[in-house]
Write a protein that binds this ligand. Structure first.
Ligand SMILES: [Zn+2]
Length: 62
């Protein structure tokens, strides 16, 4: 399943407001800036920081 292209264009990372791109064959959306992956549940992107996966654990930006 892939995400609607128009929807993808309006979606942005809630943290850095950067664009997101499809990963994992549409099962996730990754922020191009911070690399967080937001889950897509039943075709609905969950754009919540708390739900996002971070690729590099232990690397904090402060
Ligand atoms: Zn981000």
């Amino acid at each position: 399943m892939s995400i609607d292209k128009e929807l993808l264009e309006i979606l942005a990372c809630p943290l850095c407001k950067a664009e997101v791109r499809e990963v994992r064959e549409g099962e996730g959306l990754q922020c191009v800036q911070c690399g967080r992956i937001y889950p897509v549940r039943e075709g609905i992107p969950v754009m919540l920081i708390d739900e996002a996966e971070t690729k590099e654990e232990g690397k904090e930006e402060k």
